[in-house]
Design a protein around this ligand. Structure first.
Ligand code: MN
Length: 239
């Protein structure tokens, strides 16, 4: 394996796959990638497989056109264009997660927007955009981001946000590092659960956009703390 990438980044990518399964963000589907900091036009992602079983031998390189560069000719996920087009549009983004994390789904299929209700999820900003694939793929699609054009449409709707929902499908989360994107994916799921619960009790007093920004900045100072706990949990399970 010669990925021309820092080995510790590959280790973190493998652990991130396992953490995301263990914390209920990924299941047999979904994926996480990291941009190659030695070659920003390429990113690292597992071959097409269940994320809970990924090892360092399963990591491939993909370019921003969605072409896989692998000595063994292996394939990665059909929806790799989510990653490639976001890396193309967002030079600040170093890591991307696409998941179907369940508590988030209702906010993509109703008029109720996902918004930050607590200080752990200020990165959600004022509200989270929803990508409507019918606008780009028509009425009969299978909802997957199968090509560059759909990836571009999604990246456009994501804009400068940290998270976008894919109507009837899942969500995409971006970050400046593996640790940050994992933190965001886990707390996106958590915020969705809490927001649904709070909506049953009454009108929600959301974070203001300014509070969202301040709390997001604050949490970025402490990304290593939960990461070590999540990592310990997967190790305890013998992954
Ligand atoms: Mn998907």
């Amino acid at each position: 394996m010669n990925l021309n990438a820092n080995p510790s980044v590959i280790d973190d990518l493998v652990i991130a796959n396992h953490i995301l399964v263990n914390e209920g963000v990924l299941d047999g589907f979904g994926h996480i990638s990291v941009r190659n900091d030695r070659d920003p036009g390429r990113f690292l992602i597992a071959r097409s497989m269940a994320p809970g079983l990924v090892t360092s031998d399963d990591i491939l390189t993909c370019d921003l056109d969605g072409n896989v560069h692998d000595d063994q000719g292996r394939k990665t996920y059909v929806e790799r264009f989510i990653h490639s087009e976001i890396y193309r549009c967002r030079p600040d983004v170093m890591a991307v997660i696409h998941s179907h994390s369940p508590a988030v789904i209702p906010f993509g299929v109703t008029g109720t927007r996902l918004r930050p209700i607590c200080h752990m999820s200020g990165f959600l900003g004022a509200q989270v955009p929803v990508f409507e694939i019918r606008h780009a793929a028509g009425e009969n699609s299978d909802l997957l981001i199968r090509n560059q054009a759909l990836g571009q449409a999604l990246a456009r709707d994501l804009g400068n946000s940290a998270v976008a929902l894919l109507r009837g499908h899942g969500n995409v989360v971006v970050g400046f590092s593996i640790q940050q994107v994992v933190f965001r994916a886990i707390y996106t799921e958590s915020n969705a659960r809490l927001q649904s619960e709070a909506m049953r009790l009454g009108e929600i007093n959301y974070l203001t956009p300014e509070e969202a920004q301040s709390t997001s900045d604050m949490n970025d100072e402490h990304l290593g703390r939960p990461w070590e706990v999540w990592k310990r949990r997967v190790q305890a399970r013998g992954y």
